[in-house]
Design a protein around this ligand. Structure first.
Ligand SMILES: Nc1ncnc2c1ncn2[C@@H]1O[C@H](COP(=O)(O)OP(=O)(O)OP(=O)(O)O)[C@@H](O)[C@H]1O
Length: 409
């Protein structure tokens, strides 16, 4: 029990949600949390998502509810009926589950949600990621604590194996539901489980892979910190683009340079997750030979002693919003705009109408992907290119946002 309590950290939330699938791991989680928080000022709430994918699912959700209520923990069932046969079922069900549970947490006033992932889940995750040639960020595995859409996710069982939990449940005389998909060899996770059992003679176990994940988490955090420091020394935010001083940038260790480029692309493109490792490494290799490239709607290039990562004009060419709107998810126009004016990319056509643009010191390729004010197809202001007096452009989440995104959590 002390493993579970210490995994929750020193500060407990006032209200804690428990994601209860009805399977052995989360039933043990419910029971363990109820016992170790019995005297703590924490209100517990449990939730089960019925995906409607198996005939027994509704009944299992009801049973999970009964168990929860015998322990005095209020329980809700959320139903998902969104499966339309498109895409990967496991993935779609998982996304839907997190979405439903996040909305539920908001309604219930729950700020943290405990999940029943175990040391075995962590080990299987690592094995699967080895198959995808992961680096330290992938091999750090699932975090004990992470934020997702404003909800704190806690995984207090990562230090315990499935076998530990089954033994605990038997000692307590508790029953649980077995999900038949846990035996279905179609799923990579199920195959990873079988392979893990075979690796034991080499000393590769849930425990050793869990230690690897912890080591990698520390490495990843240190690399994130180094990238954060390097950005402080070499990066400037200019017209919403990231400009790195090229001489210093070229001398950086490759992994730090890769993180800076990936971080800049993630920040400018607003995807919410970083681009994949291999294409960024390729881009970097091209850059080192004086080349340029584009990835995830961003351009990367060297111009007169500066490495630029900026919005690619083609990615925003057709994007337009009213002058009062948010352009490209991050730009506001501040000032007077005539009725019917719109924000759209400056583009080559607009740039040709900005005679003073050289004073900005910004390359044309950077300016083309920046916002400007248009009225019925006519350029009326391009503040970043020194054209027009009617207002300024404000970037949401400026330099601090870019640098903070480089730190690994
Ligand atoms: N239907 C569900 N209702 C509520 N919680 C669930 C449900 N399914 C899974 N969970 C929660 O998620 C934990 C992990 O479950 P599982 O390993 O099946 O997830 P997964 O499909 O691998 O996805 P992920 O690991 O990304 O959450 C469970 O222990 C439980 O806390």
């Amino acid at each position: 029990m002390s493993v579970v309590r210490s995994a929750l950290g020193p500060e407990l939330p006032e209200s804690l949600g428990i994601a209860l699938s009805g399977g052995g791991d989360s039933v043990a989680l419910l029971h363990l949390l109820q016992r170790c928080l019995a005297r703590a000022p924490v209100r517990l709430f449990a939730v089960t998502v019925d995906h409607g994918l198996r005939p027994e699912a509704a009944q299992e959700a009801e049973e999970a509810g009964r168990l929860s209520e015998t322990l005095g923990i209020p329980h809700d069932i959320l139903r998902w009926r969104g499966w339309d046969g498109q895409g990967n079922l496991q993935d779609r069900a998982r996304q839907a589950r997190y979405g439903l549970m996040t909305d539920w947490a908001r309604r219930r006033g729950v700020s943290a949600l405990a999940l029943g992932h175990t040391a075995d889940d962590q080990a299987e995750t690592l094995l699967m990621r080895l198959g995808r040639s992961a680096g330290p960020a992938g091999l750090r595995g699932m975090a004990g604590q992470s934020l997702r859409d404003g909800l704190l996710l806690l995984r207090p069982l990562l230090g315990l194996t499935r076998a530990d939990l089954r033994a605990y449940l038997r000692r307590q005389g508790l029953g649980w539901a077995e999900d038949p998909s846990n035996e279905d060899e179609h799923y990579t996770r199920v195959r990873a489980r079988a392979v893990l059992a075979e690796l034991a003679p080499l000393g590769i176990t849930a425990q050793s892979l869990g230690d690897v994940a912890d080591n990698m988490a520390r490495v990843d955090q240190a690399l994130g910190w180094a990238a954060f420091q390097a950005a402080g020394e070499l990066a400037q935010i200019r017209a919403g683009a990231v400009a790195f001083e090229a001489r210093g940038f070229i001398l950086l260790p490759e992994e730090i340079a890769r993180r800076l480029i990936a971080g800049a692309i993630g920040w400018i493109g607003g995807a919410g997750y970083p681009p994949r490792r291999a294409p960024v490494a390729q881009l970097l290799a091209d850059l080192r030979q004086g080349g340029a490239g584009a990835l995830c709607g961003c351009r990367v290039m060297i111009r007169r002693g500066t490495v630029w990562v900026c919005r690619e004009y083609n990615a925003v060419r057709d994007h337009r919003v009213p002058a009062t709107g948010l352009w490209d998810g991050r730009w506001h126009f501040l000032g007077r705009a005539p009725e019917g004016a719109e924000i759209a990319a400056l583009g080559p056509e607009g740039l040709a109408q900005c005679p003073d643009r050289r004073a900005s010191g910004l390359p044309g390729a950077v300016l083309e992907g920046t916002p400007a004010l248009w009225l019925r197809g006519r350029l009326i202001a391009a503040p970043l290119a020194g054209m027009g007096q009617s207002g300024t452009l404000r970037l949401e989440n400026g330099a601090a946002g870019f640098r903070a995104g480089l730190l690994s959590h």
